[in-house]
Design a protein around this ligand. Sequence first.
Ligand SMILES: *Cc1c(COP(=O)(O)O)cnc(C)c1O
Length: 366
Amino acid sequence: MPRPIQATIHTAALRHNLGLARQAAPDAQAWAVVKANAYGHGIERVFEGLRGADGFALLDLGEAERVRALGWRGPILLLEGAFEARDLELCSRLHLWHTVHCDEQIDMLALHKTHEPHRVFLKMNSGMNRLGFAPQRFRSAWTRLNALPQVDEISLMTHFSDADGDKGIAAQMARFEEATRDLPGERSLCNSAATLRHAHQAGVKADWIRPGIALYGSSPDFPAHSAAGWDLKPAMSLHANIMAVQHLQVGDSVGYGSSFVADHAMRIGVVACGYADGYPRICPTGTPVLVDGVRGRTLGRVSMDMLAVDLSAMPAAGVGSQVTLWGQAANGTVLSIDEVAQAAGTVGYELMCALAQRVPVQVAED
Ligand SMILES: *Cc1c(COP(=O)(O)O)cnc(C)c1O
């Protein structure tokens, strides 16, 4: 028997979450962001659940090839554009739309030989200070691009730094609108947080939304809103079984460093999941888990291949019981990946992206 650990990708949850993003931005087209191997879920595994999107957005050219290999003939957008001139050949061959965020990318396009002109998304740096042209340089970049025979339609995009927080999007919206007021072309502004929190405001939803994390059922602004608060459903569940049970007396400790010491007699379960599976080692005693669908907690330090859970209040649980590290238990109870991420001092994004290769993954249609 293989080690009793299993990740499950929920097709119906992906479909549901995409529907929620669409509801928040009616009439906008939706990119399903599937970068980083669909946030760790696997591009091939999420394809069925997300094929109702208007396009797929990602940044690795190999991933774009994989989406085409799945038979997708619709739009694919490279969110960071070409990294070198050769990449434009693949863009021509696979009909990839690509971001243009710097002068060097315009230089590459100007030298590119193509029969069909490319659709490009010109990116503005409206305050994130990662990629894009500064607002005062945006128009000249647009003019230069527009003069190239290699370029077809030019769309306009930017990315918000604080759509999930108190600072919000107003300052970046103002800069974007001011610098693009009389430029033609479709617009794309909103990641998940902006889609759910701000897309109801005039002009914000624009022509294309770019939800990522929300599709996978993690809240983009946890803890202000939980995933359940947004009605998002987990697209990934991570389950493992209890492999052994130990009985602790007062003063007995659990695991490396003896970081947890029992102050009363207790039963603990040893679970076949550790940091080599992608479960964060930094999660302290008390990190939530579900044991047979009932909420419980971890105990002591997470090992490479195992972690311990408290069974004191769960007399029926034992060897073979199912532990849900995140996602949905067999009885339907949900433990959001966001709660586990919070215990680890990080965000759901990082945990789902870090699911380890050695964990077997299955796709569930329901
Ligand atoms: C990753 C990414 C997104 C999606 O962001 P989420 O927070 O996951 O919704 C949208 N736009 C760009 C440019 C991105 O890089």
